[in-house]
Design a protein around this ligand. Structure first.
Ligand code: AMP
Ligand code: ZN
Length: 494
């Protein structure tokens, strides 16, 4: 394992409020669970930021040599409007409005989610379980909670007994809320009257006649509560006790608080060692959200098709913009910030491509080993990508000085710079060299057409007009037009 031990990885643990040295439960292995999307609409850039933050964590842990099992769920049932225990299922509502099957909604937006994250070069998780695929397991967890005395059944629904749980455990330890305060903060709405106390939350809900997403259970035909799926699927694939649990800041309460309560009530074990929460992306200073319409969609960025944008931006420029902020800081989206990121990203790429052309000598005016360590130090400090990027720009500065012959570098030091930049830019930050990919494919196209032009000239010289016409006509059909002139044949793309 390639571990930089001089400074160990520290993770900010939301439950203790401190940066702690990361010690996996099993040496060399990491189990990580991240709450996935509710697939009832297209993901907006705010959602993307959260998943990108955990992609950075996943990538860096892998880079350090850990074998990571990364589980991220798809919520395809049980998430009601307003995150509440009453109201319509978000997916069923969309299905009703569009007059399609709920599973068509799920399929459409799961595909969109995958395509979008793929464009941003997020790595797929190791396992991507769905709530509807784990109804039986969720029923088992409810049974355990009932057997342990922490849940009760009313009219075919099952509720978690928060006050009972709080007698022996600590409800509110993650979000730092006190159960007594929650009494005053919880509004009594229709359907909550079934609950013993307003803090209680649903583990299973009996379906109203019009609720179409329903499954049989020992209590009623119904559906699981939203919080339950994450407890069930995280412990099923990572065990009762695992290393890292992540999600957006807005999930801390009630979702993650309820996850802790459910897991402790069913297994008696506190489920997670390190709780990580990624901060929000804002637009005009307000949270990007589906419900308010204050959001921007990834496609609008790639096409520039949004009033707030002056132009289109590539996925890597957008990714670079996001990673220039610490995952725990709020980040505000703007056209100006993206333009600045584009400049910075291009400067980084230009410098990286210059490395191979630099002259090396017998001495270095730059300590590349020390610099390399500072890159690791940044990431070891709770995945501090903005500091890492600042360090990468330190190397950019040196590369430009060496190019102008204002600084010197040995071959060995230059090799360290190249290898470290390569690892951090592409493997850890997950940026892509979009220009060279484009240049590369246009080079290939030019080479191929020029070869065909040459073969056509040879055919004509041999009076094989059938072949020469075939080449010209078939290229034309593909949108490549050949023009014969005094100085030979040129081509244009239609
Ligand atoms: P949802 O599909 O609404 O359950 O959200 C999926 C993930 O995106 C959750 O982890 C949310 O916390 C996160 N999220 C939602 N809005 C934002 C935002 N504006 N910025 C960052 N993350 C967000
Ligand atoms: Zn969750």
């Amino acid at each position: 394992m390639q571990l930089y031990q001089t400074n160990e990885l520290k993770i900010y643990n939301s439950i203790t409020g401190e940066k702690e040295v990361f010690k996996p439960i099993t040496e060399g292995y990491v189990g990580m669970y991240v709450c996935g999307p509710t697939v009832y609409s297209n993901v907006h850039l705010g959602n993307v930021r959260t998943f990108m933050s955990f992609d950075l964590v996943f990538r860096y842990l892998k880079h350090l040599g850990y074998k990571v099992r990364y589980v991220r769920n798809i919520t395809d049932a049980g998430h009601l409007e307003n995150d509440a225990d009453v109201g319509e299922d978000r997916i069923a509502k969309k299905a009703r409005l569009e007059q399609i099957e709920p599973m068509e909604v799920v399929q459409r937006y799961t595909v969109d989610f995958h395509n979008t994250l793929n464009k941003f070069n997020n790595l797929p998780p190791s396992i991507e379980p769905t709530a509807t695929g784990h109804i039986i397991e969720q029923i088992e967890v409810i049974n355990e909670i009932i057997d342990n005395g922490f849940a009760y059944v009313v009219n075919g629904s099952v509720y978690f007994d928060v006050l009972k749980f709080n007698e022996t455990n600590e409800y509110g330890k993650l979000s730092k809320r006190k159960v007594e305060d929650l009494i005053h903060n919880t509004r009594e709405t229709a359907g909550q009257s079934e609950k013993k106390n307003p803090q209680d939350f649903a583990l299973w809900k009996k379906a109203e006649p019009q609720h179409i997403m329903r499954w049989p259970s020992p209590w009623s035909d119904g559906f699981p509560g939203w919080h339950l799926e994450c407890t069930t699927m995280s412990t099923k694939y990572l065990g009762d006790h695992f290393d890292i649990h992540g999600g957006g800041m807005d999930l801390k309460f009630p979702h993650h608080e309820c996850e802790i309560a459910q897991a402790e009530a069913s297994t008696g074990i506190s489920p997670v060692n390190y709780w990580m929460h990624a901060n929000l992306l804002t637009l005009n200073g307000k949270k990007m959200a589906k419900s308010t319409g204050n959001n921007i969609l990834p496609n609008e960025i790639f096409t520039g098709n949004n009033d707030i944008l002056d132009k289109a931006f590539t996925p890597s420029v957008t990714r670079f913009f996001m990673l220039q902020a610490n995952y725990r800081s709020i980040l505000d989206f703007s056209n100006e910030a993206l333009i600045a990121s584009e400049k910075g990203f291009n400067r980084l790429m230009d410098a990286f491509h210059t490395i191979d052309n630099l002259k090396t000598g017998s001495s270095s005016s730059f300590d590349s080993k020390l610099w390399k360590q500072s890159c690791y130090d940044a990431m070891n400090d709770d995945f501090n990508s903005p500091i890492l990027i600042a360090n990468l720009f330190e190397a950019v500065k040196q590369i430009n000085l060496i190019k102008e012959e204002k600084a010197t570098i040995t071959q060995e030091d230059l090799a360290i710079i190249k290898e470290t930049m390569q690892a951090f830019i592409f493997e850890v930050l997950g940026l892509q060299d979009e220009r060279s990919a484009q240049d590369n494919s246009s080079d290939k196209l030019t080479g191929t057409v020029e070869l065909l032009i040459q073969l056509r000239a040879e055919a004509r010289a041999n009076k094989d007009f059938a072949t020469s016409d075939k080449i010209r006509d078939q290229l034309a059909a593909l949108g490549v037009e050949l023009k014969d002139g005094k100085d030979g044949t040129t081509f244009s793309l239609n």
